[in-house]
Design a protein around this ligand. Structure first.
Ligand SMILES: Nc1ncnc2c1ncn2[C@@H]1O[C@H](COP(=O)(O)OP(=O)(O)OP(=O)(O)O)[C@@H](O)[C@H]1O
Length: 989
């Protein structure tokens, strides 16, 4: 590398490092502006009144108790570790987590920080949004999401949900559950198009970006930051940022590990005709060199099923399946193209058949591919010289091609997933990252408000406001980055992932410990409980500091065309006194060890330089130009490089490009790419931090229950190691007894002033502290006094110079009170409003009620009692509809129109005789009977003359003197007929 470029890259690294440092201090400043998040509810505890430096005798008692505590005290389960009883020890924390684990409670809070325990119950889950779709989520996760959405919509600040923990601790699993929750809260649910598209993108990327490692059989080798734009509490658009690092795995999976899952799925799931078209007929895991080196066990049925899902998801994203599998098959077959130094100057290609197959899959001739792999063009003082590489160089070029094809395919798919456009506010959106949609949406909002807005000016203001709001609205990001890992031996990519893990730990330390301790110190607040956390800045400095950081030195060594040995010598010399750089274990030359926050990792420097250069020659890139290559998708993968390369007449001209996809700005203007793999990674990490530093973080700390991926096994040593690495005890200590929260006086007053009587408050900036005291006094009155031996070691709050500092318990209690008061106030307001409404409508309501009552009274008049002696009403006969039908048809009657009632009969029937009126009858009884109270007018045995049927039912009309009496049938007995009619034939009655 030329000297000038060397200086340029050093300068760049310097700038990056400075930025990282400045971000850290920016974070401390910004933290004060962010809102305090409301909490899970705590039990109330009395706090003594306090001021800065108030003497707290209880602190001494607390420490004494802690010292005296046995490690095996009784296990206590609390939902929030900040409510653990003193003494707080790592063992108490672990015992609590353990007993919750046994109760199948895998989520535990430490204030607003969530600890997620991976029980491994879901081992073998594909870890996509679809595969976790039906999994139950917990209240705690739901609270994290609701809180992020609420704070985003209340304050407008971006929110970041940051998942951290070792590899295998369940970050990806938890992030899927969180995303699902986020869609349920803000995105219209899991049945929306937006969800389905994001789910499809995840399924596609999971297969391409996961691999089995020693610590996790579903390890994500792509870090994700999922940015979900939320506007007015509703999901607006999503974007996936991917961090792909582990390229070496494509060509050399480590022993016991695997290559990317997609290769195994491809081989298991391809149909026979597809296999034939992809030249994979007859190939197995054992016959493909890029897979041979790794673990060869496979669940073929599961892989085939995942491949089918992957294929259909590619379709959802609109990515041509055949294009992608052609590239993947070419990568696999490339591994079987090997080289040997022959007798002549040309290297011998072994695996001609595979070379042919790769060339045909990628759409160019075998000769072009062979030339691209074996020849190199050099620019020697302006003269172009061609040379033939040896077998070693050709193999490296082949591997660089395989890596480039793979990581560029992943990048293309991510770009495609991010550029999907699905508009429709009701169902959430998944649309491109470009700003055109922001404006489109602003315009549509304008259209919908035109009719209601007032003047022209106010209309245009509302459009402007809306556009500005959309353009500047925050996001809710879910960060699932690489977890800490310790493979043997570790490579450069592992150093980068562990640096990423260290950076996330530093972010956490800065946010949780450093900023609160520093601000306490600045404002003269003394807290009896000193939280001592381990700062990992020395380790970050060792790896990434400006001049002597391992990565900067590696860049320099690459520029000097040094070797692994020279690099190691220089590193050891520069960091002789560093406590973090350790000597390698005996018998492992070419290695060095670093003491990370989560453990000691031994790195092998053998491939550091080549991996870092991350370059491929233009001889190879030029093969993909459309002059030579008929496969558009493959040409597209190198589109930016080809454009630069063919912008000049001489191609190839001895320049190199990055293996990883690069932006235009990163492209070479000399012989070598301007950035290296680690510089590129550093820049991206820097950009990520820049984004996160402006967001309000919500931390989810993931812990795995064991190292062997055993479902429901809780290994105390494994958990304890992570408790220590994640500094959980320090966090619990800070939350339980320190001042993790601070607020400006004004902000405190405006949030909690409802606790105090409003007329007592001054509500001016000058008297903000006084108001603050009044509010605290009111708060104090709500607490029940605790006995002296139960007083917490620190008071619940302290007033500083510009801020009020709050303990976690106090904050929770304040929030709880605020919630109660607001609820009461809401009930009061509602009842007043409803009362007023009712009073206003009362006259009308009363009229209505009275009317109803009257109507009701009319309807409910008591039934008249039956007159004594009235025979009971006939029981209505029940007729079988079929019998009615039958009878009607028998008599020729129309069921719809029943016949008219016959006139009353002018005779009575005796046996089969009709007896007309008048008839003589004998009285069987006196009528009326004696019991009726009136005197009998017809006597028993008397002969009477019946003159006809009575109009009363069951009565006959009897002539008695000059009046007619209605006499019931049963009182009269038929006498001899006075008029005898001829007998009727039977059946004619
Ligand atoms: N909460 C959980 N309940 C049940 N199983 C889980 C849970 N979390 C994770 N798992 C299982 O544990 C394994 C590891 O989880 P995951 O891949 O999410 O870890 P990770 O922290 O993302 O690891 P890496 O950093 O290596 O990607 C997976 O098989 C997953 O199905």
């Amino acid at each position: 590398m030329p000297c000038g470029k060397d200086t340029a890259s050093s300068n760049e690294a310097a700038t990056l490092h400075q930025r990282l440092r400045s971000l850290s201090s920016e974070l401390v400043t910004l933290r004060s502006r962010l809102h305090v998040s409301p909490p899970p509810l705590p039990p109330a505890a009395a706090q003594p009144p306090s001021g800065p430096g108030a003497p707290v005798r209880a602190a001494r008692r607390h420490r004494a108790a802690a010292a005296a505590a046995a490690q095996t005290g009784p296990a206590r389960t609390v939902e929030d570790l900040s409510h653990l009883e003193v003494p707080l020890t790592e063992h108490a924390v672990m015992r609590c987590l353990h007993s919750r684990f046994q109760d199948h409670q895998y989520y535990t809070n430490v204030g607003s920080i969530l600890i997620s325990l991976n029980s491994y119950k879901e081992l073998g889950n594909a870890l996509t949004l679809n595969s976790t779709r039906t999994k139950e989520t917990s209240d705690q996760l739901r609270r994290v999401v609701r809180e992020a959405v609420r704070q985003q919509s209340d304050t407008g600040y971006p929110q970041g949900i940051i998942l951290s923990g070792a590899s295998g601790s369940g970050k990806t699993y938890t992030s899927m559950l969180l995303l699902r929750q986020l869609f349920e809260v803000a995105g219209g649910g899991t049945e929306t198009d937006a969800f389905k598209h994001l789910a499809a993108a995840f399924t596609v990327l999971r297969s391409l970006g996961t691999a089995k490692t020693t610590s996790n059989s579903e390890s994500s080798r792509i870090g994700h930051f999922i940015e979900v734009q939320v506007t007015d509490g509703a999901l607006y658009r999503t974007k996936i940022h991917c961090y792909f690092l582990d390229q070496t795995r494509v060509v050399a999976p480590m022993a016991g590990e695997k290559n990317y899952h997609i290769f195994y799925q491809l081989l298991a799931g391809l149909a026979p005709d597809e296999r034939a078209r992809l030249h994979l007929d007859g190939h197995t895991l054992c016959s493909l060199r890029y897979l041979q080196g790794g673990d060869l066990r496979q669940n073929a049925a599961e892989d085939a099923a995942r491949f089918r899902a992957w294929k259909s998801c590619l379709g959802v994203l609109g990515i041509p399946f055949l294009d992608v599998v052609r590239v993947l098959a070419a990568v696999l077959l490339l591994g079987n193209v090997t080289f040997a130094d022959g007798a002549g100057i040309e290297v011998e290609v072994q695996g001609q058949e595979q070379l042919q197959a790769v060339a045909s899959l990628l759409g160019f001739s075998a000769a072009a591919l062979r030339s691209g792999l074996t020849t190199r063009t050099h620019n020697v003082r302006g003269q172009l010289v061609k040379s033939l590489g040896d077998a070693n160089v050709a193999s490296m070029t082949r591997d660089s091609l395989a890596k480039a094809l793979y990581c560029r395919t992943v990048a293309t798919i991510v770009r495609r997933a991010n550029s999907l456009k699905r508009l429709g506010s009701g169902s959430g959106t998944l649309c491109s990252s470009d700003d055109s949609h922001v404006h489109a949406d602003a315009q549509s909002a304008h259209a919908s408000t035109v009719g209601t807005a007032g003047s022209r000016a106010s209309k245009s203001m509302s459009v402007l406001n809306s556009a500005v709001r959309h353009a500047t609205d925050g996001f809710i990001g879910i960060l699932d980055m690489f977890g800490f890992e310790d493979p043997r031996p570790a490579h450069l990519e592992h150093l980068c992932t562990n640096l990423c893990s260290e950076t996330m730990q530093h972010f956490y330390n800065t946010h949780i410990f450093k900023s609160s301790l520093e601000s306490c110190r600045e404002e003269g607040i003394v807290c009896e409980v000193e939280v001592e956390y381990v700062d990992n800045v020395p380790c970050i400095d060792l790896i990434s500091s400006l001049r002597t950081g391992l990565l900067s030195m590696l860049d320099v060594e690459c520029g000097l065309r040094g070797t692994a040995e020279t690099y190691l010598q220089k590193v050891r010399a520069a960091h002789r006194s560093s406590g973090r750089l350790r000597d390698p274990p005996p018998g492992e030359p070419g290695t060095f060890a670093i003491q990370h926050y989560a453990g000691l990792v031994v790195y092998s420097a053998a491939d550091f330089l080549d991996t870092n250069k991350d370059s491929m020659p233009d001889d190879l890139v030029s093969v993909f130009h459309k002059q030579n290559c008929s496969f558009g998708f493959a040409s597209h993968l190198f589109g930016t490089e080809l454009k630069v390369l063919y912008s000049q007449d001489t191609v190839p001209r001895g320049v190199s490009f990055r293996i990883s996809p690069t932006s235009n700005a990163d492209l070479q203007n000399g012989e070598e790419p301007v950035s290296t793999l680690t510089q590129d990674f550093h820049t991206r990490l820097d950009n990520l931090l820049r984004t996160l530093v402006h967001a309000k973080p919500h931390f989810v700390r993931c812990v795995k229950a064991n190292d062997s991926e055993q479902p429901l096994l809780f290994e105390r040593t494994t958990v304890m190691r992570q408790i220590r690495a994640l500094q959980l005890l320090e966090t619990v200590n800070l939350m339980a007894a320190g001042y993790p929260h601070r607020m400006r006086f004004r902000a405190f007053n405006s949030r909690y002033r409802l606790l105090s009587r409003s007329r007592l408050l001054h509500r001016t900036d000058e008297k903000a502290v006084e108001d603050c005291r009044l509010i605290l006094a009111s708060y104090q009155n709500t607490l029940e006094p605790l006995p002296a031996d139960q007083q917490p070691p620190c008071p619940g709050w302290a007033l500083g110079k510009r801020h009020i500092f709050l303990a976690e318990g106090t904050r929770q209690r304040l929030e709880q009170l605020r919630e109660q008061i607001r609820l009461r106030a809401a009930v009061l307001v509602q009842s007043a409003w409803r009362g007023w409404q009712v009073r206003r409508r009362w006259p009308q309501m009363r009229r209505n009620m009275e009317h109803r009552q009257r109507t009701k009274a009319g309807l409910a008049r008591p039934r008249p009692q039956p007159i004594t002696g009235t025979p009971p009403p006939d029981v209505p006969e029940r007729c079988e509809p079929s019998a009615v039908q039958q009878t009607c048809s028998l008599f020729g009657l129309d069921l719809e129109r029943p016949p008219p009632l016959p006139p009353a009969r002018a005779y009575t029937v005796d046996g089969n005789r009709k007896l007309g009126y008048p008839q003589e009858r004998l009285m069987r009884l006196n009528f009326p009977e004696d019991g009726s109270g009136s005197e009998a007018i017809l006597l028993k045995g008397e002969t009477v003359l019946v003159v006809g049927a009575s109009s009363r039912r069951g009565h006959l009309l009897v002539q008695h003197g000059d009046q007619q009496v209605h006499v019931p049938h049963q009182y009269l007995e038929l006498k001899l007929p006075s008029l005898t009619l001829p007998a009727l034939p039977p059946g004619k009655l």
